[in-house]
Design a protein around this ligand. Structure first.
Ligand code: HAM
Length: 418
């Protein structure tokens, strides 16, 4: 039996980077006042159709949708924003305090063609802020993303930002776009032609090379912003500049979901071939109302967790990380017994300690320590134990020291906690 195409196991030897990211992200979210929310994996199909948009790639082609035994139409969540908005409305969170900040980490499902950095079950780290219209929040979220990536040691990323306007500026943009498309009709694919009447903005998502070429000079939302959207975007840009963050204003960035208004952004990389976006987000000031809640401005982003880890693996492979702190080489019965108790105490103190109980030779045990990429090796021989000492060897520098067994565990804890 094999996993389904586009689905994968994340095996124990790969998990440490996932845990490191989760730890950094939750720590940072908490410092910025976000609270964790956990939402269901399955929702009514209608929720995603109404929020992401019926005429989008996700809803038209990529959702895992099925009828349950009673005939209810359900969908495995392709993203988290819609569900978090649903939850905000369902629990009337706005009544007590409309300003809320949430984060969640978990699997999403989209039936795309699998390739490097693109899976059918993938993970997102998602953050959303409700109730704040100020452009400072837009630059704050981009700052947060940048800070997380910096803490994780990622470099070479670029922030692409755009403004998609609001219902007030949309009609003028849509008219300009439709006029332009009319002229390019002959070069567009059937899918684009079909979308022309239903959702012209989504024509700009088309991945077909000929369509992309024909649409290269298409009108941009940025050239049709109303006064308020324009000054909002100006504040985002000047704030980012003052924060010392580099960004690229990218007129062609339209994102693939219909709910966006005003600022939208993507953090892009060149490290993953065709999959350039490590994170994406934006404002969606109309969605809460659209789904039945009160008018509430909102904004958020999602990081592609799998992609983030893949970039980190590329960096980490170069470093060849050591995987355990200490390997205990026990030679003889007494050493085995002592070593066993020391290992328990060290494990308890959070020091990654391993030993081997098979009674192997010194040579075989040193080989095992190498295989486990131990940082230190503790060598316990019967003759030295009688003198109440053991040898500690630093596997990087090959330096050795003698430690007294009486104070061995606290001494080791000191060494590892330095
Ligand atoms: P999105 O751009 O569709 O936005 O997805 C966010 C990120 O998820 C992408 O930048 C990418 O890194 C990752 N991702 C998407 N599809 C896949 C896939 N098939 N395999 C691996 N990674 C993938 C959203 O989902 C919005 N809900 C973000 C948001 C939150 N906007 C406002 N709030």
């Amino acid at each position: 039996m094999q996993t389904i195409r586009g689905f994968r196991d994340i095996l124990p030897e790969k998990i440490s980077l996932w845990q490191k990211v989760e730890k950094e992200a939750t720590h940072l979210f908490k410092s910025f006042g976000f609270k964790e929310i956990r939402i269901p994996i399955l929702e009514k199909t209608e929720l995603f159709a109404r929020s992401i948009g019926v005429v989008t790639d996700i809803v038209e082609k990529e959702m895992y949708t099925f009828e349950d035994r009673k005939g209810d139409k359900l969908t495995l969540r392709p993203e988290a924003t819609a569900s978090i908005v649903r939850s905000y409305i369902q629990h009337k969170m706005y009544a007590k305090d409309p300003i809320r900040k949430f984060y969640m980490i978990g699997p999403m499902f989209r039936r795309e063609r699998p390739q490097k950095g693109r899976y059918r079950q993938f993970y997102q780290i998602d953050a959303e802020i409700f109730g704040v219209e100020s452009a400072y929040v837009d630059s704050q979220l981009i700052f947060l993303l940048n800070e997380l990536f910096k803490r994780l040691g990622l470099t070479g990323l670029s922030a692409h930002i755009n403004s998609l306007g609001c219902p007030e500026c949309r009609p003028s943009f849509q008219k300009a776009l439709l006029d332009f498309i009319e002229l390019k009709k002959d070069s567009l694919c059937e899918n684009c032609l079909r979308r022309m009447d239903k959702n012209p903005l989504r024509i700009l998502d088309c991945k077909i090379v000929d369509c992309k070429k024909a649409l290269a000079d298409a009108p941009a939302t940025l050239d049709h912003l109303c006064h308020d959207c324009s000054s909002h975007f100006d504040t985002v840009k000047t704030t980012l500049e003052k924060q010392g963050l580099d960004f690229i204003v990218d007129k062609s960035l339209v994102r693939g979901l219909d709910y966006y208004t005003r600022t939208a952004w993507e953090i892009q990389t060149t490290a993953l071939g065709a999959q350039s976006a490590v994170a994406g987000g934006g404002r969606y000031d109309g969605l809460v109302k659209e789904l039945g809640g009160p008018q509430t401005p909102a904004i958020g982003f999602a990081i592609g967790f799998d992609r983030l880890v893949e970039i980190m693996e590329q960096i980490d492979n170069k470093k060849e990380a050591r995987t355990i702190d200490l390997f205990i080489v026990s030679l003889g019965d007494l050493a085995m017994e002592k070593g066993y108790h020391w290992s328990l105490e060290l494990n308890q103190a959070g020091i990654r300690t391993e030993m081997d109980f098979r009674g192997k030779s010194m040579k075989a045990l040193m080989k095992r320590a190498d295989k486990l990429k131990a940082q230190y090796v503790l060598i316990a021989r019967e003759d030295e134990l009688k003198k109440k000492t053991v040898v500690i060897r630093n596997m990087n520098t090959k330096e050795q020291v003698l430690l007294a067994i009486e104070t061995l565990v606290p001494e080791l804890i000191k060494i590892f906690n330095k």
